[in-house]
Write a protein that binds this ligand. Structure first.
Ligand code: AMP
Ligand code: MG
Length: 352
């Protein structure tokens, strides 16, 4: 069913609270509003309303077993929606909330199974973005918000990306400009004996280790070819993917550049259009293809911020194939490579 999607611009530094109140009313009535967060744009619906959750799944074309993250602005809201808040959660919240960390708890009856994809646990995040916070406070205080993209496409880092995927399917898009981080939140499961990272993100294993005595990484995340299913249902799907065939070329920089140049020559001879994800250091060394620099090699923040936008740009340009350099940065490197490899369906060309 097509509907008219209202797009409004809000300046995060000077929030128009009247416009936010309107958006909050839409959410309270069960409608959908896309909004910026510090990670990526979210597609918001009232997390306490089963109909709103249904609408989110249907607008995104998301498999209904893939649970939604519930966004809140204060600890009282958390205490009202979960069976128990373990001490580790208070410690993590003290250090990382508001911010790009999602924690998993056992749920209570406040949040319906429609929101949690039938699970007895619920994922919760307290975002720092001022527009997101104002919107949550103007609604019921519980906003279910997966990334605001069509399921399978790269997550949106600008309002324009949301419009490409969801115009005509949701009530409103709040345009608050480009997001600062550009990758989805880190997810840590607190329902296990030892807290476990289900999705890497801006908050790294090392950072979590500074607060928790013990923390481990979901084994289902590490080996792409293993039979172990990741514990976060969403991590098993092909994801973040551009339309073109994307391959990651890994190895020593000179060899990588040389191999990508060779592959480009080969494909160009077949009249194929090729995109290249390069870095500031290498962008002038490619002889053909459409070259986009993702940032300097050691600037992990820039690489994270630009990745999804570049994948979408190559969709617009209609390239047939994309070759990307590999980015083994410290810190967020794990999250960046997790998303890039999923987008590539784990196609990696090793060169030496
Ligand atoms: P998105 O908000 O679209 O970035 O996706 C949310 C991610 O959180 C997906 O990978 C979900 O599978 C995961 N998730 C949400 N709730 C839970 C939960 N209760 N247990 C495990 N993973 C969850
Ligand atoms: Mg998503």
């Amino acid at each position: 069913m097509e509907m008219k999607t209202k797009i409004i611009k809000i300046n995060p530094q000077a929030i128009d609270f009247e416009a936010i109140a309107q958006a909050g009313e839409i959410l309270k009535k069960g409608g959908l509003v896309a909004f910026p967060t510090e990670t990526v744009y979210g597609l918001g619906g009232d997390a306490t309303n089963p109909d709103a959750s249904h609408k989110i799944y249907s607008a995104k074309g998301r498999p209904s077993d893939n649970p939604l993250i519930v966004h809140i602005t204060n600890m009282e809201a958390l205490e009202k929606m979960v069976a128990e808040v373990p001490p580790s959660a208070y410690a993590l919240a003290e250090r990382f909330w508001p911010g790009p960390l999602t924690m998993i708890f056992r749920k209570n009856e406040k949040i319906p199974y429609e929101t949690t994809g039938g699970m007895d646990t619920v994922a919760v995040r307290m975002p720092s973005d001022p527009i997101a916070r104002a919107l949550i406070d103007a609604s019921t205080g519980y906003v279910a918000a997966p990334s605001a993209n069509t399921s399978g496409r790269p997550s949106p880092t600008e309002a324009e990306h949301v419009a490409q995927d969801l115009c005509g399917k949701i009530d409103m898009i709040i345009d608050g400009g480009s997001v600062p981080i550009g990758l989805e939140s880190t997810i840590v499961d607190l329902t296990e004996d030892v807290p476990m990272i289900l999705r890497p993100g801006y908050i790294t294993l090392e950072m979590l280790g500074e607060v928790l005595d013990q923390v481990k990484v979901d084994p289902g995340l590490i080996a792409a070819d293993s039979d172990r299913k990741p514990k976060a249902p969403g991590m098993k799907y092909r994801h973040y993917a551009p339309k073109a065939d994307l391959k990651v070329v890994e190895g020593e920089t000179d060899a990588v550049v040389q191999e990508i140049n060779r592959l480009c020559t080969e494909l160009s001879a077949q009249n194929k259009r090729v995109g290249i994800i390069a870095t500031e250091e290498t962008k002038d060394r490619y002889e053909q293809g459409i070259v986009i620099s993702i940032g300097a090699r050691d600037d992990e923040e820039a690489i994270a911020r630009h990745l999804y936008g570049i994948l979408r740009r190559f969709d617009e340009l209609g390239v047939d194939a994309i070759f990307s350099e590999s980015f083994a940065t410290a810190g967020m490197g794990q999250a960046i490579m997790n998303r890039l490899l999923k987008a590539a369906g784990h196609q990696v060309l090793e060169v030496s």
